[in-house]
Design a protein around this ligand. Sequence first.
Ligand SMILES: *Cc1c(COP(=O)(O)O)cnc(C)c1O
Length: 425
Amino acid sequence: MTAPTTNGVANGHSNGVTNGNAVNGNGVANGDAHHHDIESKRFATRAVHAGFTHDPITGAVIAPISLSTTYAQPKVGVPTGIYEYSRSANPNRDQFEQAVASLEGAKYGLAFSSGSATTAVVLQSLPQNSHVISVSDVYGGTHRYFTKVAAAHNVQVTFAGNIELDVEALIQENTKLIWIETPSNPTLSLVDIAAVSAVAKKHNIIVVVDNTFMSPYVQTPLEHGADIVVHSVTKYINGHSDVVMGVAALNDDTLAERLRFLQNAIGAVPSAFDSWLAHRGLKTLHLRARQASENAALVAAALEASELVSLVNYPGLDSHPQRKIALKQHRKNSHGGMLSFRVKAGGAAARKFCEETKIFTLAESLGGVESLCEIPAAMTHAGIPVEQREAVGVFDDLVRLSCGIEDGEDLVEDVLGALARCSKQ
Ligand SMILES: *Cc1c(COP(=O)(O)O)cnc(C)c1O
């Protein structure tokens, strides 16, 4: 299938305005003045309105779900609107992509069937024999792709323990990409995006930031010099633990065209229904991310004050070793809903903690409206050898929390209650 526009970029507009050419459910550009104005508005307004205004034919304020896989052509090779075949582009995916682009301050958004598919497509965009530098503390699935899949087209990845210090020395002639995840999972250590991007720029290397843990409400990496921002939409952007999806956002025309080509060629695309659901979730991102941040700050403070806890990792605490980066890189007073802490009574007590909570559910994943807890050493990070994970602070007694949007005081009570019960001998 050919892509819907001659340059192969479905939502790239010559005027450089991300959604200045937004489309409605009928594939007809509605480009009204009202929509144009949205881009100059603040985050919450863009979250609610970017990507779709109202349907000019029916007046529907919520986009119809456009399930058609194909589109009628009145003449051979002349589509009715801008759509031809749903893998190449469809209205709901376009709307979602434009909304994410708007929130990340990007020109282009590209949605994929998962965060992992997004990572795979970004890596597939590199030429054979490329070299990649990555932070060592990446998401497990990203690590797996880097070490077990990328080599299939001779892409080699070097992991950096301290990327700000090591990046310059690790650059090779064929280094094409630097991969950052900040905060890291599950110890919430931070990377200074601007510092790494400045080095990368000198060498013409693309910087990718996995912004899943923060969401664009808390952190917008492109503003700090990154070239591509990626998300597991499964987490904060969708936010309701009912969609698996991914997205990339970027400004560079050539890079966007390449990724758009691969999106269609590889075909790891989200369904129209999932795109619609994720767009619906995104409209309340600011409210959810704000509440989750507020709740995590309350829980982190309560844990830090507890004698039953030996360490709390949360970028919102003054005790965080990279607090300065947090203040520079995150939205004021918002550091996300993720935190981790060590239970003084040990690994068995930490496991018991996760079984004792009444509101926090013991489960993997994060970023939903509901609070979750887990033991990284036994669950999300179980595949990493013991010495390797302990070297980055993932001990058996470490608990990871994803604070949801419940009442913060209830979350504090839940955590302190479970902590008291699990620490009893
Ligand atoms: C979950 C996650 C991913 C992978 O996303 P999926 O949607 O599960 O494929 C990538 N990066 C981070 C930081 C994640 O938390």
